[in-house]
Design a protein around this ligand. Structure first.
Ligand code: ATP
Ligand code: MG
Length: 721
């Protein structure tokens, strides 16, 4: 038996972790020290040396993307198909369990996973039924409340109603009714997946025993971001029996705002006192410079478990800091830098642009588009979150399960078929009154002849369509079924006829869905349609269409966790943006922001570029932010400032392709350029930030001490300084 492929690529500490005898193991180590590598190699070791079958391992990762990557690595190493391994996120594993044991879990066989958009719709509906005012109690806040409770393992019945606390009373009332509605319609939201499978363990000891015998080892990556219910779930499953390998980094806990509990690390050590602790300190990912910057930033946090990373790699290049005039300039600079990087023979996919807020991506995307640089966005507007895709899936969901009320509401009148708010209201009323699904309500109203005119024909058509798709289901493969749903429902034409550029993109996305269906494979005995629908809900946000094209990666800092790229941009390093304005007042949240900065910096392998904009238009407002404190925490000798005041391209507003930079424009004629310091008799000194329009209409934007002003160039008495 040759274990060298498993052991050779590891250092001493990593080997210790990989080969540790069957006890609980905690690997606590900083970014890029090989935690994930240890996890994968440990699985290989357990299979090869301890003869654990693939089916005896349960591995939990944070994203489906990470799960796929690890599955590939281990399949390669062990020459396995990868099937049989229980490998996935907490949610996908819980989902798999509930599918297998729906009866024991008290669910209908065809229960549906409710993603967050559908959840919000359902909450709104419940609030309407309860006649609770949406303006006073924003549904998003209700959603936040319900999910927060579920993350803590609390059902409505577990929470004490306190008449003195009106807020909790109202929330509980909605929560209770929401739970009832979900149960009635066979709907399971993300939090419920975990909560219910945790209850399943507790309720069915025999079943728990079965899985405890089956799983000979449990492995968890990114443990610092588990929440209360996830930890409880693990703890019950492991019991006294199943050894666990837990891997994490307290400095990278970034989901506290979503219920993650960094304390779970200490809790694990208390609950499993015999757990062996291994620390890894050598970083294999980044240059000395990048690592030094990361270490210096995170050192400003209190109460860390404490660890310092080192590397014997090269110093590498200095971190570049670019001060842009505004967000357009920032985006252009990034796109230019990527072009140069690609011209040097590098791959686009080796470059990642990371940002704090999703809204930042649009301007970045536009700059990349202008320069013809292919890119992919992870998170944000995700493929399965797009309206047209959700519409198409709505039809398929109904084919699969008629009582899926969320799907019914979504597509019964999309495309419009004369079923207006009034008819829908009648359907809802009947459904709520009788405790039946909207589908059943529709059938009853039609039977009773209670529907009239267009609504009647529309509803008949709709029901006929779903029934006929369902009837043909056995003869068609998934791809044909989808195609027929998209065409037969009129969805394709509906989106094709929309106004503007969106129409084209929407039709393309629908086509992409059909091809995704063609590629979809399942194990024998599993219904492909039901599996696809569940995957789409669970996967939303991670996978995208053009998987194979070499493209720049765009994502939020949160979704970059666990990943690495040779070239990383941190865009928008500004106070109020990153750290986010919401965290400025609260020390706890500020520390979480700093951990996010640590995650961001440590994604970079060779080159790190940070950019900020002196003025930024975001959410429709112009803001002037100061440089982020996180940049100021980086030692000065790690950073090099790039200032391109004289060569910078003008903002997109005025730039035409191939136009010379500043020659012969009204601004140049006035002897001005972006970044020029000027004096105005009334407003004082300022800097030229932006320029738009032409001829007599040319306006320049000048950043004065008390704010920015747009001035008509022809009339403004600006004096160069
Ligand atoms: N012993 C080693 N020799 C060479 N390269 C290694 C070694 N250990 C890890 N690496 C490489 O270092 C990089 C970081 O490893 P890995 O992603 O496993 O770190 P991590 O601790 O999981 O990081 P993060 O905290 O960001 O998730 C990877 O490219 C990995 O292949
Ligand atoms: Mg990792």
């Amino acid at each position: 038996m040759d274990v060298s492929p498993i052991i050779d690529p590891l250092n001493e500490a990593q080997r210790e972790a990989v080969t540790a005898q069957n006890a609980h193991l905690l690997v606590l180590a900083g970014a890029g020290s090989g935690k994930t590598r240890v996890l994968v190699h440990r699985m290989a070791w357990l299979m090869q040396v301890d003869q654990v079958p693939a089916t005896g391992l349960l591995a939990v990762t944070f994203t489906n993307k990470a799960a796929r990557e690890m599955r590939n690595r281990i399949s390669e190493m062990m020459n396995l198909s990868g099937y049989g391994l229980w490998f996935g996120t907490f949610h996908s594993i819980a989902h798999r369990l509930l599918r297998a044991h729906w009866q024991d879990a008290g669910l209908p066989e065809n229960f549906q996973v409710l993603d967050s958009d559908d959840q919000l719709r359902l909450i709104k509906r419940v609030m309407r039924d309860l006649q609770i005012d949406e303006t006073r109690w924003p549904p998003k806040q209700v959603q936040w409340f319900i999910n927060g409770q579920k993350d803590e393992g609390l059902r409505a019945d577990h929470i004490q109603d306190n008449p003195g606390d009106h807020f909790v009373s109202v929330m509980l009332k909605i929560y209770r009714q929401y739970e009832k509605q979900c149960q009635l319609s066979g709907l399971v939201d993300f939090g419920e997946l975990l909560l219910r499978s945790h209850e399943l363990w507790l309720k069915k000891p025999a079943l728990l025993g079965h899985y405890q015998r089956r799983f000979q080892h449990i492995l968890v990556d990114e443990f610092q971001d588990t929440n209360t219910i996830q930890y409880a779930w693990l703890q019950v499953l492991a019991g006294q029996r199943v050894p666990m390998t837990i891997v994490g980094d307290d400095d990278q806990s970034i989901y506290g705002w979503r219920g993650a509990r960094i304390e779970n690390i200490q809790k694990f050590q208390q609950d499993f006192p015999d757990a062996r602790l291994v620390r890894l300190e050598q970083n294999y990912r980044s240059t000395q410079t990048i690592l030094k910057a990361a270490n210096a930033v995170i050192a400003n946090n209190q109460g860390r478990l404490g660890k310092e990373l080192w590397t014997d790699g090269p110093d590498g290049e200095l971190i570049n800091l670019y001060a842009a005039f505004n967000e357009q300039d920032e985006a252009n600079y990034i796109a230019d830098t990527i072009s140069a990087w690609v011209d040097d023979g590098n791959l686009r996919s080796e470059a990642a642009i990371l940002y704090r807020s999703n809204a930042q991506s649009r301007v970045l995307e536009e700059a990349l588009l202008r320069q013809g640089i292919p890119y992919r966005v992870y998170g944000g507007l995700r493929f399965y979150d797009r309206q047209e895709i959700r519409n198409a899936l709505g039809y398929l969901r109904l084919v699969h399960y008629r009582h899926d009320d969320a799907a019914f509401e979504r597509v019964v009148n999309t495309p419009p078929r004369g079923i207006g708010a009034k008819s829908l209201g009648e359907l809802r009323e009947l459904a709520t009154g009788q405790g039946i699904s909207l589908w059943q309500a529709a059938e009853r109203l039609l039977e009773a002849g209670a529907m009239k005119g267009r609504a009647k024909t529309g509803l008949q058509q709709f029901i006929g369509l779903i029934e006929s798709l369902a009837a043909d289901q056995d003869e068609l493969d998934l791809k044909q079924l989808t195609q027929r749903a998209i065409e037969g429902s009129g969805l394709r034409d509906h989106h094709a006829n929309e106004k503007g550029e969106k129409a084209q993109a929407r039709v393309e996305n629908l086509e992409e869905l059909v091809s995704a269906m063609a590629d979809f494979e399942v194990e024998d005995g599993i219904d492909p349609l039901s599996e696809f629908i569940a995957q789409a809900a669970l996967d939303a946000g991670e996978s995208q269409a053009d998987e194979h094209q070499d493209s720049v990666q765009l994502m939020t800092l949160h979704s970059a966790k666990g990943l690495e790229f040779p070239l990383v941009f941190l865009a928008g390093v500004e106070e109020g943006l990153f750290p986010h304005s919401m965290s400025l007042e609260e020390p706890g949240r500020m520390e979480e922001e700093r951990r996010l900065a640590y995650v961001g910096i440590t994604r970079a392998m060779k080159r790190l570029v940070m950019t900020y904009a002196e003025s930024r238009r975001l959410y429709g407002q112009e803001k002037f932010h100061a440089l982020s404190r996180f940049v100021r925490e980086v030692p000065g000798d790690c950073i090099q400032e790039v200032r391109l005041r004289n060569t910078v391209t003008r903002p997109a507003l005025t730039q035409r392709p191939n136009e010379g930079l500043f020659d012969s424009t009204p601004m140049a004629d006035a002897g001005l350029q972006l970044g020029q310091r000027v004096h105005h008799p009334k407003f004082g000194e300022g800097v030229v930030m932006n320029c738009e329009g032409s001829g007599h209409h040319t306006r320049v934007q000048v950043n004065f001490d008390d704010g920015a002003k747009w001035l008509v160039l022809a009339y403004a008495p600006l004096e160069k300084l």
